[in-house]
Design a protein around this ligand. Structure first.
Ligand SMILES: Nc1ncnc2c1ncn2[C@@H]1O[C@H](COP(=O)(O)OP(=O)(O)O)[C@@H](O)[C@H]1O
Ligand SMILES: [Mg+2]
Length: 496
């Protein structure tokens, strides 16, 4: 199936995710789609597969215009997606998941024997070996993903979008997938292959398209590309001006936070680092490199092994409560998951971390609370009139500022911010950057995780680069540069 898209536009509120993207893919082609986190790859993939509707733009399939109304509609036209967020049915078996909607029947009943034999045929064709009878929910993500790929083939998709298909796979499994992808293309299927692993993209794709900041940058044949040429196009020019001036931390004496030999079942392996008071340390790395897992472990949200010292004292962080008591605060990646109670008022949300100290003196503290909350709202830049509004009614930027307010009330020693500017408009973003710089100036140790490299570079004094659950490189001051960070994140640079 040949695909052409032209002038694709997509906005999510204030975020302009795709800015007039046009491209053409030939039938039987494997097309790579690369770009930094947030470049718009997944959004484009979802638009092609009917999961997300574009705000503007046209699409043609085999020369005919096509306007998709839904993913089901796309599937009816032979287009399928294996998304980053898998769409499997956990309580059904592997074979049932793969054949979902295509179950062979005998009369009205599903013909299980036939279903199984079609499944095995399909697995052989694609080159995956999966146990057809296993409940999918009990399998590892990599196997669930294989089932999704098989399902796309079972549904006779002629164009398959694979979004980061190897992110959860071992290197062996990734090789199998690459081989399977080539086989699918050899049968005339068209594949859009989104991946952060440039070596894989170079190996499997005929041509590679680079997106940057929602824009099409260029398409080139894989033979004439290298990991370096792709990285250079992915980066382009960055603006540094919107960031506050950095202070100069001393990095002497006792670190505010010292982490040694940290490992976890979420994939962290022997992580060691320290942060001094007044320092902003950035964590960079690709999706799945372990950045958020590291933050969650230090914040006690996930269990871990290893040693954590705060101001030189060994501290056992066995829960979020223990972390908060030890002076750690965290702005989670997903505000809804670990952060805010959306139906509760701004004031209530800000008071939550200190609730234990408030209940004892409930009457006196009520008005004291309103006052201190008001002052804090002013500091972070949220209108005081918003104090009684449910947090869920605020914009993303204001919600994030409320999170800052909530944690600043606890006067933390260590502040962890996971994607602090995600889903935040430009104005709020500038204020958030200032708050982070101010916190460091006041002697807090700040750990920032961001998929936006320029944000890490703009805010951090030092950058730790993660890859596969480990810190593979540490860059400070002048060596904090995009090319260097990405080189380590992708594993194309020598370890330092
Ligand atoms: N459902 C959504 N709501 C709001 N913003 C979104 C949504 N999906 C993506 N975005 C934003 O759109 C931009 C592009 O995202 P995405 O297409 O996922 O990029 P990529 O896959 O290249 O990392 C990012 O800034 C992202 O935060
Ligand atoms: Mg993506």
């Amino acid at each position: 199936m040949a695909l052409t898209v032209e002038g694709i536009e997509k906005r999510y509120g204030a975020i302009h995710a795709l800015k007039g993207v046009s491209l053409s893919i030939e039938a039987g082609e494997v097309r790579g789609l690369v770009g930094e986190n947030g470049a718009g790859k997944s959004t484009l993939g979802k638009i092609v597969a009917g999961v997300v509707a574009p705000d503007a733009g046209e699409m043609w399939v085999d020369g005919d215009p096509l306007r998709l109304r839904s993913a089901a509609d796309a599937l009816a036209h032979g287009i399928s997606i294996v998304a980053q967020e898998l769409a499997v049915v956990p309580h059904l078996t592997v074979a049932e998941n793969v054949m979902l909607g295509r179950e062979p029947r005998r009369g009205l009943a599903v013909d299980h024997k036939e279903l199984r034999s079609r499944f095995l045929e399909l697995s052989e064709q694609v080159g995956f070996s999966l146990d057809p009878g296993a409940r999918l929910g009990t399998l590892r993500k990599s196997e669930q993903q294989k089932a999704e790929i098989l399902r796309a083939v079972a549904r006779d998709a002629r164009l398959i979008v694979m979004d980061e298909p190897t992110a959860a796979l071992s290197s062996d499994e990734a090789r199998q997938l690459v081989a399977a992808t080539r086989r699918l293309a050899a049968e005339g299927r068209t594949i859009v292959f989104v991946s952060h692993h440039l070596d894989e993209v170079l190996a499997v794709c005929d041509n590679i398209t680079v997106l940057r900041d929602g824009r099409f940058v260029r398409t080139g044949p894989s033979e004439s590309e290298t990991a370096d040429s792709l990285v250079t196009s992915m980066l382009g020019q960055h603006l540094a001006s919107e960031y506050p001036v950095k202070s100069t931390p001393s990095r002497t004496g006792t670190p505010a936070l010292k982490v040694a030999e940290l490992s976890s079942s979420t994939g962290l392996r022997d992580v060691n680092f320290e942060i001094w008071p007044g320092e902003v340390v950035g964590i960079a790395g690709l999706v799945g490199s372990g950045r958020s897992e590291l933050a969650r472990a230090v914040f006690g949200a996930d269990a871990h092994d290893g040693v954590v010292q705060i101001d030189g004292e060994r501290t056992r962080i066995t829960s979020v409560r223990a972390a908060i008591d030890a002076g750690i605060a965290m702005l989670p990646e997903n505000r809804k998951e670990l952060g805010l109670l959306l139906e509760r008022s701004v004031t209530e949300n800000i008071s939550i971390p200190r609730l234990s100290s408030l209940t004892r003196f409930s009457r006196v503290s009520r008005s004291a609370e309103r006052q201190s909350v008001g002052a804090m709202l002013e500091k972070v830049g949220v209108r005081a009139s918003a104090a009684d509004a449910p947090v869920g009614t605020l914009s993303g930027g204001n919600q994030q500022k409320v999170m800052f307010a909530k944690w600043l009330m606890t006067s933390p020693r260590i502040f962890i911010a996971d994607e602090p500017s995600q889903g935040v408009d430009v104005g709020a973003r500038a204020r958030i950057y200032e708050l982070i710089a101010e916190m460091a100036q006041q002697g807090m140790a700040v750990l920032i995780i961001s998929s936006e490299l320029e944000e890490v570079i703009g805010l951090a004094h030092r950058v730790l680069v993660m890859r596969k659950g480990q810190i593979v490189s540490e860059l400070a001051d002048e060596s904090v540069q995009a090319e260097t960070i990405l080189g380590h994140a992708f594993g194309t640079a020598a370890a330092s």
